[in-house]
Design a protein around this ligand. Structure first.
Ligand code: PLP
Length: 279
């Protein structure tokens, strides 16, 4: 099926969708986004994604956006795309007005979406991912899903240039935060750990689902700070995200994690996530 775009109420081929040069998202990165995946034609955790989108809009003091309108547009686009396994990207910018740092907030906001097919299985699942750490030089509100993710792009590119899958952001004190487009977990002494929800990480929907699975399956889990030393010494490390799903990390900064294979807790969580998603 062709890749489709939604632009302020209209669905069209992606290459036909254009935004004006005065769009504040284009000029200032003054826009928020979401990314939702479908499995077997059904959107996974749509409500959570819409709620996070509302939080992001509120966090940037955007003019009101009707969440029902967004939800309907997402469903229409998925249906028009006729893809069973797809990723829907949603971007809402504050709108279009002559370039000025201050904004009128008079709207209308610009709503842009695309639908594209996703692979059934993540290309790095089988062998696991090798990653590097990178000092976190992003802004102080990483909990808001804005399109201003240039530091994430640069860190990802550096990883790729080094033949690696991704980079994990760490604080000046070596606290492990998150990867460039996923959250980070370790398994240590039988316990699953991930960074607590603060302004320094995105509240990942998959992160939330993983913690729910742990609770439901009786796997000990906690939201706790841990540093790079514990990361390196962990029994298992994995990433979580909408396209990343649950992805084993087998090496960090050139050193193997445990025996360098995907861990059993990681793969159990992966299986449960896919089952919940209806894969
Ligand atoms: N952290 C960052 C920086 C991200 O960009 C993403 C997803 O885009 C995530 C974590 C994972 O979030 P989710 O599980 O909602 O996809």
């Amino acid at each position: 099926m062709p890749e489709l775009a939604y632009l302020n109420g209209q669905i069209m081929p992606v290459e036909k969708a254009m935004v004006p040069v005065d769009d504040r998202g284009y000029l200032f990165g003054d826009a928020v986004y979401e990314y939702i995946a479908s499995y077997g034609g059904r959107l996974f955790r749509m409500d959570d994604h819409i709620r996070r989108l509302e939080n992001s809009l509120r966090g940037l003091d955007f003019p009101p956006v009707d969440p029902e309108r967004v939800r309907q547009a997402v469903s229409d686009l998925l249906e028009a795309g006729k893809m069973e396994r797809a990723g829907i990207y949603i971007q809402i910018s504050r709108g279009v007005e002559p370039r000025n740092h201050a904004f009128s907030n008079q709207g209308p906001v610009q709503v842009v979406m695309t639908v594209r097919p996703l692979p059934d299985v993540h290309p790095h699942l089988e062998k696991g991912a090798a990653v590097m750490t990178a000092e976190d030089f992003r802004w102080g509100r990483c909990d808001i899903k804005t399109v201003q993710i240039l530091p994430n792009c640069l860190a990802k590119q550096k990883a790729v240039d080094n033949g690696l899958y991704d980079a994990i952001f760490v604080s000046g004190e070596k606290i492990v935060r998150e990867a460039t487009s996923s959250n980070v977990f370790i398994v240590a002494d039988g316990k699953v750990l991930t960074h607590p929800l603060t302004n320094n990480i995105l509240p990942g929907i998959t992160r939330k689902v993983v913690l729910e699975i742990c609770r439901d399956k009786g796997i000990p889990a906690a939201e706790e700070f841990f540093d790079t030393q514990r990361l390196q010494a962990a029994d298992e490390v994995f990433l979580s995200g909408t396209t990343t799903e649950v992805l084993p990390v087998v090496a960090v900064d050139g050193r193997r994690i445990a025996d360098g294979q995907a861990g059993s807790v990681t793969m159990k969580l992966y299986g449960e996530l896919r089952r919940l998603a209806g894969a």
